[in-house]
Design a protein around this ligand. Sequence first.
Ligand SMILES: [Zn+2]
Length: 986
Amino acid sequence: MTASSAPDTTAAAGQISYKDTLNLLQTPFSMRANAKQREPEIQAFWAEQRLYERLSQQNPGESFTLHDGPPYANGALHVGHALNKILKDIINKTALLQGKRARFVPGWDCHGLPIELKVLQGLSSAERGELTPLSLRQKAHAYALEQVEGQKAGFRRWGIWADWDQPYLTLQKSYEAAQIGVFGAMVLAGHIYRGLKPVHWSPSSRTALAEAELEYPDGHTSPSVYAAFPVVELPEALASALAGAGLPPERATAEGGLAVAIWTTTPWTLPANLAVSVNGRLDYAICAVAARGEAPAPAVSHLVVAAELRESLETSLGLTLTPLLSVKGTALEGSLYRHPLLERTSPVVLGGDYITTEAGTGLVHTAPGHGVDDFNTGRKYNLPVLCPVDEAGTLTAEAGPFAGTNVLKDANPAVLAALEATGLLLRQERYEHRYPYDWRTKKPTIFRATEQWFASVEGFRQAALEAIAAVEWLPASGRNRIEAMVSERGDWCISRQRTWGVPIPVFYHRETGEVLLNQVTLSHIQALIAEHGGDVWWQRDEAGLLPEAYAAEASQWRKGTDTMDVWFDSGSSWAGVLGGIAGSESRAPELHYPADLYLEGSDQHRGWFQSSLLTSVAVNGQAPYRRVLTHGFTLDEKGRKMSKSLGNVVDPAVLVEGGKNEKQDPAYGADVLRLWVSSVDYSADVPLGPGIVKQLADVYRKVRNTARYLLGNLHDFVPERDAVAVAELPLLDRWMLQRTAALIDAVSGDFERFEFYRFFQALQNFCVVDLSNVYLDIAKDRLYVSGADDFRRRSCQTVLSLVVERLAGLIAPVLCHMAEDIWQNLPYAVPERSVFERGWPTAPASWRQPELEPPMERIAALRALVNRQLENCRSGGQLGASLEAQVQLELGEGDAARATADALDWLAATAHPQVDNLADWLLVSALQQGGPVLEPVLAEASEAGITVRIAKAQGEKCERCWHYATDIGQHAAHPSLCGRCVQVLT
Ligand SMILES: [Zn+2]
């Protein structure tokens, strides 16, 4: 750093300590951040000044709404949280500095299974047994609040500004009521319906299960069954192709003719079979079948199997499969087959890429009531959702002869026996695979279609796509992602068989099952929830929940037990927080709907961006946001996911506050974490690890030391008294202001485009190159050696004060603590108590003099050439400090030399030769242009017509300024000083 090479580091040797006559650095702004102590002090100052509250509510500009996507209220904060919340804070602080009313209401997603499970896991089995839905809800409520407080403390420590005392929580009464309002509006608009959908079902506990409640124990085996389903009708094209291959259609579709081969590990689902699915892109072989060895011949003459599996199936089925014809899966679509066990025919349909050749036959037995892929394929073909299995896993009358058997007991053997009797069973064996079990009963689960509530996306898909087109997506690829997802998605299943959530406020008729859900019941329940919270649904019986109009018939109705998908919770925040629905108010007058910006990870095109869009479009016909910005995910330095097992997790709490061993894990402070966020191109995934943290800490120190140097040289500067008008400043100073103006322009644009990594690069470049390497390097002599009140020092201080105030403003959105620390350590009075009250930095027109840049670039190139020669001399031991040297310069022919000559003429024409002086700029004691060659030359170099020679400077070293001068010894009182220093002292 500049300061360390200044002459103040060595005491003067003479009787008088000339060191004391220099203008040395004075500032309480410390070199070390001491962030662990200092950052909380600064945050306390902000709180005491009510800075965020005042600026966000009283700023003169327009309101700005960045609406917070709620993190899930569970677990410790990780660096993903840091990336997300700090990006938001950088944007909000910039808006506040720009005079906007940027109110930020932080949120938490508080309902849902993970919290419910956490609570359950914390209970003994006896306690679990006594649990009622209401007591579970109370425990989950308390748990969520505790988690919110923990995460909140972390966010605050990072310097995030927000309404921390009034966050939005999806468990709040007002929020829940607004959510019921969204649901109600969708019901009344006809977007909500009840239908069947397969879910994980545990026959042993007679309940639906979520993914998190499943276990996959080792060693599960299922009966693996290959079966032939006889084809009874062929599409015309396929029929004629087959005829051409020697199999006339009437033979193919006759008894004992052609069949499709399927494979299943759940024979009990065969009574629910409604289709066979193929992959349209796979090749299928139609083969003649012959028995091999002693195996009995099957009851069909030809089989359809995936071409790729033909050979392996020959082995596993013990058959010879001679290919007759190969067709794409699409050619099979529209064939009809006869159910092997029941009196019905069903179609061959096109499934999706879930149909592979990894196992089975490449043709998939499809039972829409018993599988998710099956269900989705069934929807495309309007197949019914047949589910002939009751809550206990017992097959119903719809299963025909198998009624009364149980899926966990005798259903499989019964189906297998029946299949064997038909001759259509090709093979059976035990098969070991991953299979989901109920985590409580340790018994196998099944897929079973149950009644669920859906939002019919079909009803407003077109409006949703139009709303997407009206939003600005950053990066633009986000639009394609969400557009594809919304155009392809099925209806949204919004009901969950859980306790910890917002109730679906519906009543069912005890006898007929009829649904009661209308304007009157909806607004009554909404009012109850607004007053008492969602618990009221469990606290009261039907008589206490039904509106007046239904009081008399309360005994006929049964309240529903489903809760809403948590994505419906968070997807209603535009209503619950921004007041985007009639009858609800926004949380603060500064918040508006639609929001200016949503900003989350790029996975939220599938999640919150989409659920918010769907609800908002369904209710209001528009998106809840104007712009959507996305960020990537955090990886380690090698591009791997962070995980405990890899040991590559960066804990933001340790990064900020230090680890147990502070030598190994020092407390870098929140600003270094924030600087990391600003440094990454977050449009892709971003890396973080110890090496990166060290580099960031270096950059942080550079900025800090630069600021300290500026502040330290201003201790006796009073702007009103000492400042020099911009027009009267030397060239070097005006160039520095021009560079500062260019920085302000660049950084303003970077923040406008949310390209903070460009700010990060520009800031480093400004501090290291423009300030430290050039301006401050040259300024040392002006600042230290001049008389305190000399023009050459005051003019420099003028620049330092103008620069440091703007530097503080420019870094304030990112390095907010350091910026405030700088402001609090300005050694002169300013009207604003905080850097954030100053507003976003601007540069007056008088600073903008781009014509100063080309000659300065020439001279910088010359400095670099000279410095390289000086360095050669130093490393050869011929020179110490550069002030021991004099330089001879010769400019020959060529563009570079001519341009350098022009630059030197420009410099020579200055009105301030005591500052704009090439020898001073080169940090040498003397400079000679042309003339006789210096003797002895210590180093010489020629580049592009420019020759530089280095020689020892003449005269002796001045004890005070360390320049070599020939006028030393001429003053009796100061025999060891140069004339210039003598003048300063007298
Ligand atoms: Zn001197």
